[in-house]
Design a protein around this ligand. Structure first.
Ligand code: XUL
Ligand code: CO
Length: 435
């Protein structure tokens, strides 16, 4: 099928910082080496199918604002047209990856057998398109939050038939992800949480979620899927209380159910903000446990208090995120997925391109700043100095000691610590030299 949706829009190219072309990259230069590695291989950008192609522009007060040639999305012909347009955009942006939910790519049907048949048909079609394209699949996932059947949860639903429907749905999406050579499989538990404890057995629901995720891992090994299984923390919205609140909560959950060596985290900027954290906090927590998998890049409005999923445009924030990603050794199977959507008044095809161009450029700029800080070593040096006392043999020995022996030493040596400056403003000024 041919499509003229992006007619008149040229392939986006790198024109450098001096460019005033709104549809050109000023910082994102895929082949440019950053710390000896191509920028494209550091960032591993992905377009999110749901926001760019499936979302129709609705908000809680009004419906569709985007009227696209593939609407309404209830028919296989239009699902294929949507895929044609998506791959055209991947080519215009030269992105290495994309991501999907089952419900984004296939028309929604009622019965599982119908969903399975349409998922197989559309992923065969997408597979053919991938053959002719350079864009690969970063991850697939199941949408187990939009349809009313999921309203009380998927794996945590009080109704075992919903658990069964969820298991079959995730199996189908893992099969499809595997078929398309996906590098990860993501689970975001949009309805895995609760509205009120008055009708919720929290402990039982968590046990079911833990068993469900173990089944996912067992199935991954059964089919020989080599990608990573990732869970995505989010503190609220849509459920008032989400079980996967933040990185630390997810890590505790994974350890409780014996999944710490099998599952990593997909962290999202806006979700970190909703949880009352910075993005770099979430990244550092995951990295400290060896569980940093991938990121969903976006930004949240700092006033509104819900998940606004805007395209990133804040270099200092993005720079600190990539600083911690670089410190953790960079992405393995993960990448930077733009879980970001247009504002609902941004109607034109070129708005979609401009949003991604801006987001990719901000990330490239942040990456370059992060790499410059790593190479300069100023932050690392400050850390080394701050923790220098711990390299003394007595300090190391203390960690293998006990409270009584430590007390004896405090008394014998009359230990009376002198507080030292944390130098926060100096370090913030340091970061500002790079961003
Ligand atoms: C929702 C969200 C999802 C996940 C995938 O806030 O971030 O789009 O990334 O289900
Ligand atoms: Co996300």
């Amino acid at each position: 099928m041919s499509t003229g949706f992006f007619e008149g829009i040229e392939k986006v190219s790198f024109e450098g910082e001096g460019s005033t072309n709104p549809l050109a990259f000023r910082h994102y230069n895929p082949d440019e080496l950053v710390m000896g590695k191509r920028m494209e291989d550091h960032l591993r950008f992905a377009v999110a199918y749901w926001h760019s192609f499936a979302w129709e522009g609705g908000d809680p007060f009004g419906g569709q604002t985007f009227v696209r040639p593939w609407h309404p999305q209830d028919d296989m012909g239009r699902a294929k047209l949507k895929a044609d347009v998506a791959f055209k955009m991947f080519d215009l942006l030269n992105v290495p990856f994309f991501c999907w939910h089952d419900a984004d790519i296939r028309p929604e049907q009622g019965y599982f057998a119908d969903n399975l048949a349409t998922l197989e048909e559309i992923t065969d079609y997408i597979g053919e398109k991938m053959q002719a394209s350079r864009t690969g699949l970063l991850w697939g996932t199941a949408n187990m939050f939009s349809d009313r059947r999921w309203m009380s949860g998927a794996a945590t639903n009080p109704d075992p038939d919903v658990f069964a429907f969820a298991a079959a749905t995730v199996k189908s999406c893992m099969d499809a992800t595997h078929k398309l050579g996906g590098q990860n499989y993501v689970l975001w538990g949009g309805r895995e949480g609760y509205e009120t404890l008055l009708n919720t057995d929290l402990g039982q629901e968590l046990d079911h979620m833990g068993r469900f995720l173990n089944m996912v891992v067992e199935y991954k090994h059964k089919i020989g899927f080599k990608g990573a299984i990732l869970v995505e923390p989010k503190p609220q919205e849509p459920s008032k209380h989400q079980y996967d609140y933040d990185a630390a909560t997810c890590i505790g959950f994974l350890r409780k159910y014996g999944l710490e060596d099998e599952v990593k985290l997909n962290l999202e900027q806006g979700h970190a903000i909703l949880a009352g954290h910075s993005f770099e906090h979430e990244i550092a927590v995951a990295a400290s446990e060896g569980m940093l998998g991938s990121i969903d890049m976006n930004r949240n409005d700092y006033q509104s208090g819900w998940d606004t999923d805007q395209f990133p445009n804040n270099t200092p924030e993005v720079a600190l995120a990539y600083y911690h990603i670089l410190k953790a050794g960079g992405f393995d199977t993960g990448g930077t997925n733009f879980d970001a959507k247009l504002r609902r008044q941004s109607l034109d095809p070129q708005d979609l391109i401009a949003a991604h161009v801006g987001g990719m450029d901000i990330c490239a700029r942040g990456l370059k700043a992060a790499a410059a800080m790593v190479e300069d070593g100023g932050l690392e040096q400050a850390l080394t100095e701050r923790y220098a006392g711990w390299s003394a043999p007595a300090a190391q020995a203390m960690l293998g000691s006990d409270l009584g022996s430590i007390t004896d030493r405090v008394l014998a040596e009359a230990i009376n610590p002198e507080p030292r400056s944390g130098r926060q403003e100096m370090l913030e000024n340091y970061v500002n030299r790079f961003v």
